[in-house]
Design a protein around this ligand. Structure first.
Ligand SMILES: Nc1nc2c(ncn2[C@@H]2O[C@H](COP(=O)(O)OP(=O)(O)OP(=O)(O)O)[C@@H](O)[C@H]2O)c(=O)[nH]1
Length: 304
């Protein structure tokens, strides 16, 4: 097997909330696809970004965080996570350089070994721009001890773009030789509606810290392209419903006289316009769907 042979395969990044998985995905792919946010556990759907290099194609599969299931939704998410881990060619375990390895990291490492014993794990020390070199060295050793002597460990800063090539090199080393799975230049195969829903969800949760993240689902009801002259920018109408569990939550999302919902709409619309390259008219409605997380029928309707 020669070293310049083309290789391709699937990778997913895992780690505690806020460890930099989405930011790393975005930096490697070079365009915003996964959703980043300052709040934990926002990535619900499997979102893929594709890294294309002359010798490599990596398909990044972003899974929702592992957590102990309490509701049906939690259980389905965990099943999805388990399937993903077994199917990918490598798992990147993200642990930030500026935080001590804790029980959460150890639990995830154990889960990975148990759920997908055959999938190789690469330790990724993220956010190295936040600490001094001595601290990076310490963290490299600690992660090496956690994962065992066979695992490679790479320090990286997604924000400063440091060591991104090394991350790709190391992951490439774990891929089988083979042609690209997706044609060059294609950055995501995530259906546009899922992306739109994620952008709306992200905007609606901005600055909210309570239990709401787990009680909000966004459904795209209708996408209609308006008739336009050839030389005009395309114009698309998007109608979406934000489902919450309680009317108090509805109030939070809508805000006083609808002010907050208006901001949410503006923020989400800008993101959607960027991705679609079109002008977007975004129509948002908030509805209460009682206990939707516990009702399989409702969950099916919401795409889980
Ligand atoms: N300084 C610095 N900050 C980073 C870096 N990578 C991520 N962050 C920050 O860390 C926070 C969390 O990053 P995310 O990429 O959203 O983390 P995540 O692991 O995807 O989080 P969840 O979706 O909640 O699981 C954000 O505020 C990022 O800006 C980095 O390389 N350097």
């Amino acid at each position: 097997m020669s070293d310049d042979e083309f290789r391709s395969g699937f990778v997913c990044f895992v780690g505690r909330p806020n460890t930099g998985k989405s930011t790393l995905t975005n930096a490697l792919v070079g365009e915003k696809i996964a959703i980043t946010s300052s709040r934990p556990q926002t990535t619900r759907h499997t979102i893929r970004g594709i890294v294309n290099r002359d010798d490599t194609q990596l398909i990044l599969v972003d899974t929702p965080g592992l957590h102990r299931p309490r509701t049906l939704l939690g259980k389905r998410l965990n099943d999805l996570v388990r399937d993903t881990y077994s199917e990918v060619d490598a798992i990147g375990l993200c642990i930030p350089a500026d935080e001590k390895i804790g029980p959460g990291d150890r639990w995830i490492a154990e889960q990975l070994k148990e759920m997908a014993p055959k999938t190789p794990i690469v330790g990724l020390v993220t956010k190295i721009d936040k600490v001094k070199p001595e601290r990076i060295a310490q963290q490299l050793m600690a992660i090496s001890a956690l994962l065992g002597p066979d695992a490679e460990v790479v320090p990286v800063s997604a924000v400063k773009g440091k060591q991104l090539d090394v991350v790709v090199d190391v992951l490439r080393g774990l891929m089988e030789p083979g042609p690209a799975f997706y044609p060059d230049g294609e950055l995501t195969d995530e259906p546009e509606e899922t992306l739109m829903a994620e952008f709306i969800r992200e905007a609606a949760l901005e600055g909210i810290h309570d239990e709401l993240p787990h009680s909000l689902a966004v459904v795209i009801e209708e996408v209609i392209e308006r008739e336009r002259d050839d030389n005009q920018t395309p114009m698309i109408d998007v109608h979406a419903i934000l489902y919450v569990e309680r009317s108090s939550q509805k109030g939070i999302i809508i805000g006083k006289h609808g002010a907050r919902l208006k901001e949410v709409g503006t923020a989400a619309r800008k993101q959607i316009e960027k991705v679609l390259g079109a002008k977007v008219y975004l129509d948002l409605h908030v509805k209460v769907a009682k206990d939707w997380q516990r009702d399989p029928k409702q969950m099916g309707k919401l795409g889980f």
